[in-house]
Write a protein that binds this ligand. Structure first.
Ligand code: AKB
Length: 316
């Protein structure tokens, strides 16, 4: 029987992933875990276990006790936060991954999902329609950890036969839970400010285009990748995935279609340099060919849903 452990279930992706995995496989098949004492409000009816992914013994015990088969490892420091705590970011992002990969190597679990990011690319990478395989010279701590992690995933697959699968997530846009510490977070914050105050100050410059994706697409992609036949998975580093690409100015213009008086100004901070080092759009043909990936949400659809659904009390 499938038994899924989601590590980092309190985060932006983790919360929604637990909900969707429970829909698909049944609540009894999913365990949510995070470092916090209490489960997120949205998961209060789900099984929740407090877990620090750096506690290898605690993780092993939980996996054995619950007969876990699949792990989705989402605990990590994101790009902006990691710049402020480089050593800890490296430790969490890498040792957490090793703890989970080792469980698969020892055949205590069957499958691992580990998220990579567009942050694996750097200033020397071709910016538009960035290919699956290309120059990768990341300049952020987060990007370096993701690039190294990708290589370790491929190594564990090639050397020990570990079935580990991965996606290079773009910035993710969702309304159920807030993002924490990323460079792409402006594209979520803006909706809360638009609804509550009718204006927003962007920490990225107006013409900085970044790859983004609506959360429903990202969750569907994640589960489709994990459920695809093993023989279809040809990339064991991580798959490029594309949703939409837009600049803060283009996003503000799309919001103005719904809130004509919406105002935006720009006060770029240290996150601008991170964004400037990343691609503006991604080529995901390989994911399309290998496991049939197709996005469903374009910018207008994302803006309509977000403005309808965001609840400003979550942020303010
Ligand atoms: C971040 O901004 O750090 C993340 C990412 C693109 O991986 N959203």
């Amino acid at each position: 029987m499938k038994k899924i452990l989601v590590i980092g279930a309190g985060g932006q992706i983790g919360t929604e992933l637990v909900l969707e995995l429970s829909n698909r496989f049944g609540k009894d098949s999913v365990i949510a875990s995070d470092i916090k004492d209490d489960s997120p409000e949205l998961l209060k009816d789900h099984k929740y276990v407090k877990l620090n992914v750096l506690d290898k013994e605690g993780l092993n015990d939980l996996v054995e006790k619950e007969s876990v088969t699949d792990i989705y490892l989402l605990a990590a420091l994101l790009s902006a936060t990691a710049e402020n705590q480089p050593k800890f970011a490296w430790e969490l992002n890498m040792d957490g991954l090793f703890n989970v990969l080792d469980l698969a190597k020892e055949e205590k679990i069957k499958k691992v999902f580990w998220p990579s990011s567009i942050a694996v690319f750097g200033p020397s990478t071709p910016k538009d329609k960035t290919p699956q395989q290309t120059v990768m010279e990341p300049t952020t701590v987060y990007g370096i950890s993701k690039q190294a992690g990708e290589q370790w995933c491929a190594y564990y697959h090639n050397k020990y036969g570990v079935d580990v699968r991965s996606i290079r997530y773009p910035g993710l846009i969702s309304y159920s839970s807030l993002p924490g510490g990323g460079t792409t977070d402006y594209a979520v914050d803006i909706f809360y400010h638009a609804k509550e105050y009718g204006k927003y100050t962007s920490f990225l410059d107006k013409d900085t285009a970044l790859p983004m994706m609506y959360m429903e697409d990202a969750i569907r992609a994640t589960i489709e990748l994990m459920e695809a036949p093993e023989s279809n998975i040809k990339v064991r580093t991580s798959y490029n995935l594309s949703g939409v690409s837009f600049t803060p100015k283009q996003l503000a213009e799309a919001i103005k279609q719904h809130i004509p008086d919406f105002g935006i100004d720009y006060a770029p901070d240290y996150r601008q340099a991170i964004a400037a080092s990343w691609p503006s759009s991604i080529d995901d043909q390989v994911a399309k060919n290998d496991w049939g990936w197709e996005k469903r949400y374009d910018l207008n659809k994302i803006v309509s849903v977000m403005l309808e659904k965001v609840n400003p009390t979550l942020l303010f």
